[in-house]
Design a binder for this molecule. Structure first.
Ligand SMILES: [Fe+2]
Length: 130
């Protein structure tokens, strides 16, 4: 399973779109590494990288919203914060349980669905901000 980039995911804000593309690439690399049953250390490194990239990326979007006094800022930020909480739970489970099929499947589904849903419905509202 991999996320494929398509026009429907474009927000029209160049920096946001290029970060989203990098995020999709990094997620696909992670999914591939799970399928190939790479070692725990390698997967944990990827998870830690994804975590820091997501935090950095959310900050970019939040800065754009704040600069533009975007009315939906708090609601959007709350979604980012909830995602980070879920992501930290996943990280914790990988750390403790290793790569079980159940965990890999749930994680892949959750990350793919959340990202596509969030980008196509929520981030798109940022389209006319600078
Ligand atoms: Fe967002």
């Amino acid at each position: 399973m991999a996320i494929s980039w398509n026009k429907n995911l474009e927000t029209g804000i160049q920096i946001v779109d290029s970060q989203h593309k990098s995020l999709v690439d990094k997620l696909n690399e992670f999914f591939e590494a799970c399928i190939q049953k790479k070692g725990k250390e390698e997967l944990m490194d990827m998870i830690k990288f994804l975590e820091s990239y997501v935090v950095f990326h959310f900050k970019t979007e939040e800065d754009i919203m704040q600069r533009n006094k975007f009315p939906g800022y708090l609601k959007h930020k709350a979604m980012h914060d909830d995602f980070i909480k879920e992501f930290l739970k996943i990280k914790d489970r990988f750390e403790k349980e290793g790569t079980t099929i159940e965990l890999v499947n749930n994680t892949t589904k959750f990350l793919t669905n959340w990202l596509i849903e969030h980008i196509s419905k929520v981030d798109k509202q940022l389209g006319n901000l600078k």
